[in-house]
Design a protein around this ligand. Sequence first.
Ligand code: CUA
Length: 356
Amino acid sequence: MSLRGTFLSLVVRVCGVLCVLTAPALAETAGLEYPMRRVTDMFKPLSRPAEMISEAAGVVLLICLGIFLVVTGLLVFIVIKFRRRAQDDGREPPQIYGSTNIELAWTVIPILITVVLALVTSRTIGEIQDMPMPANALKLRVVGHQWWWEIRYEDLGIVTANEVHIPVSDRDRAKATPTHIVLQSADVIHSFWVPQLAGKTDLVPNKTNETWLDPYETGVYFGNCAEYCGTQHANMLLRVIVHTPEGFAKWVASQKTPPPAPQAAEEIKGHGLFYANSCINCHTVDGTVAEGVFGPNLTKLMTRQTIGAGVAELNDKTLWAWVDDPQKMKTGCLMPDMQLLEPEVDAIVAYLKTLK
Ligand code: CUA
């Protein structure tokens, strides 16, 4: 190869690497225009129920701080005042047993403090649980699975996974548009927790719990399952994408638009393989014979930000790795290694990429 040819090929390679490094996430990914709110700090609430919990926690912490100061203050005072002195005779001090007054004091005062703490907490929990939801509140159902979240908008006819999309609300209660969430579980106990938006609420098998979100600002809020539920509990991650009202309407419209039929030869081959293997026993693609319900609905897979309930960002590389062997990315997850050949993985990935 001539010097010029070598130089050109080098330029092409460097550009290629730069392109990969700076490649934006897949164009169809929904919600990346909003700020990423990775804050998992419950003292920075951006939603009414989270704010109520933060206030109650502040009161509880103040009471605890008071106890801490009194106890350590007395301890330091006693240690200094009754320290060993040079003129001490070295004998044991007099031992005093039984003082009804002191014993009553250290029993009754802690009981009263505990009652106050319990009242503060249960009052807040009660207020959040009993908050009346407006009749027109967006309602959705979140079902916990080992180890992912099924998200169903029954009124809108949308089913998705791991990323909850909702419209922003308002600090002004009169203008607030909260989202009402019904929580259920398909297997074991999970817990829905997005620290900046709402406190933990468990998803319990055979029981229906409820929570609500009332976010003040748009953004991608990070949350996770907060109840140990098995091997991949730590990778049962959750995102709540809070849209502007227009952004939410756009997302709804996009979710309701069926994905285009596979066109390229590779996509058609992958489509065939998807239906010939057991993919369809667990996954649904709306409008097709794939109606499995054990795994996430894949109809609009490519609009999601992550794969494997947040185990990785969704891109060509992670999608390929997941289809090749999900056990490598998320050991113990319920999707088995399908023992596919590399060309089969290529084709299935090409088909999955049409799901947008
Ligand atoms: Cu689900 Cu922990």
